[in-house]
Design a protein around this ligand. Structure first.
Ligand SMILES: Cc1cc2nc3c(=O)[nH]c(=O)nc-3n(C[C@H](O)[C@H](O)[C@H](O)COP(=O)(O)OP(=O)(O)OC[C@H]3O[C@@H](n4cnc5c(N)ncnc54)[C@H](O)[C@@H]3O)c2cc1C
Length: 391
């Protein structure tokens, strides 16, 4: 089968790229190993994705934001980063941004459904579900994707978007730098007695990171990261024990806590690919950069990558240049590396700093938060470059 672009993986990254190219009229095939049911009707997975204003703008530009039910969008007015139970915290508020929020929380299943609904309206894009890729072979003029069922997809460019444990990345010979933090992140929702005032808080305790993400006045998404052995203990706790534990960890700031619904748990493995393209194949999304969720950058960075790549592809079309040509892909790699590498390294460094139990490190992290809060340029740089400001 002949297409202009073949995308492997119908996750949020692969589907967003397809939506962003809709107006080009390029013929796009998306190959997904899961059944259609799984991605056409995404189920709750516990993740509430913190989206930046920049990401909102990208989603608006590609026609996805309008598909998100406004009732499912929770604005974040203020964010606080706290060291253990210290009363000092690093503080960000929306006054520094052009809108009246720092960013937005949207459940992952809602984002995925909004992307899928957009795709349904696009005639030039076809999804092939229940299909698994065996190998990719590129030559001077095209890239061929061979499936297990013997179908072959031939196109100018193959986009690899099969997630952080990408098998295709390995198949095309790209190595990735991987870090296993031997920790697990559990996410679930809790109702609470007191108003969260739309404030997101991240508490770096000595053996646990606890994030409170405001969904409604008296409802928050709770994110608990623990080393694997402690995580097992946590998962075995009863609802009553968890309610008490989180109430104690928060020193009663939100009053009585009550867990509702399921807990979802994710292993903390981060990945950074050594290269973002090989021949006519290009990596996007978690397959290129799989972030630690503690700084909530994963999907935000994926969207930056999608935006950079779609710009390069559109420019190639305008210049009547082959869209799978190495010069185009090299420019994408250069731009996306510049954006993603500092954030990836800084996030991993933060995780290491805040999981190290040595007394000197504990002291350093306390001072660091106080210093960072006092240093306006450092704070503004975080607001400008990482998370919050419109661009
Ligand atoms: C607990 C948690 C909280 C998070 N919070 C945030 C946040 O607040 N902000 C933020 O920006 N990001 C956050 N993230 C990150 C974000 O969820 C991910 O970055 C994003 O979902 C990755 O999307 P993706 O499409 O790149 O990969 P995936 O969602 O992994 O999709 C890959 C797709 O490829 C398919 N596939 C795999 N192998 C094959 C194959 N061989 N052939 C065909 N198809 C294949 C899979 O079935 C899947 O559909 C969080 C992540 C976690 C775990």
């Amino acid at each position: 089968m002949k297409f202009d672009i073949t995308i492997i993986g119908a996750g949020p990254s692969g589907l967003s790229l397809a939506c962003s190219l809709a107006k080009t009229k390029l013929k796009i095939a998306i190959i997904e190993k899961n059944s259609k049911k799984k991605f056409s009707n995404p189920q709750k997975d516990g993740r509430d994705i913190a989206l930046t204003h920049r990401s909102k703008n990208i989603l608006k530009k590609i026609g996805i934001w309008k598909n998100i039910n406004p009732k499912k969008i929770s604005p974040v007015r203020e964010a606080r980063v706290l060291d253990g139970n210290s009363s000092k915290y690093l503080h960000f508020d929306h006054v520094k941004t052009v809108e009246n929020s720092l960013g937005y929380l949207v459940p992952n299943y809602v984002i995925r459904k909004a992307i899928y609904d957009k795709l349904q309206t696009l005639k030039t894009i076809k999804i092939f579900a229940n299909n698994e890729v065996l190998k990719i072979v590129s030559n001077k003029s095209s890239s061929k994707v061979y499936l297990k069922n013997r179908k072959i997809f031939e196109s100018k460019l193959t986009v690899v978007a099969d997630g952080r444990l990408s098998k295709i990345r390995e198949k095309i010979g790209i190595y990735a730098n991987k870090t296993n933090f031997r920790a697990a992140m559990s996410v679930f929702r809790m109702k609470h007695q007191f108003n969260n005032d739309n404030i997101a808080s991240e508490y770096f305790h000595y053996n646990q990171t606890l994030a409170i993400l405001p969904i409604e006045k008296n409802l928050s998404s709770i994110v608990v990261t623990l080393q694997n052995d402690l995580s097992k203990e946590f998962l075995n706790m009863t609802k009553k024990e968890i309610n008490q534990k989180i109430e104690n960890d928060l020193k009663g700031k939100l009053g009585k806590m009550n867990i509702i619904g399921k807990k979802y748990t994710y292993p903390m493995l981060t990945v950074y690919s050594n290269e973002f393209y090989r021949d006519r194949s290009v990596l996007i999304g978690d397959a290129a950069v799989g972030m630690h969720p503690v700084t909530a950058h994963g999907f935000n960075l994926n969207l930056r990558g999608v935006d950079i790549l779609q710009n390069k592809i559109k420019k190639a079309l305008m210049d009547s240049v082959d869209i799978g040509n190495a010069d185009i892909l090299k420019k994408y790699e250069k731009n996306f590396r510049k954006v993603s590498l500092p954030i990836y390294l800084a996030t991993n460094a933060i995780v290491r700093l805040y999981t190290n139990q040595k007394p000197i490190i504990k002291l350093a992290r306390k001072s660091l938060l106080i210093l960072a809060d006092a240093m306006k340029p450092a704070k503004n740089a975080i607001i400008d470059n990482l998370l919050l400001k419109n661009s």
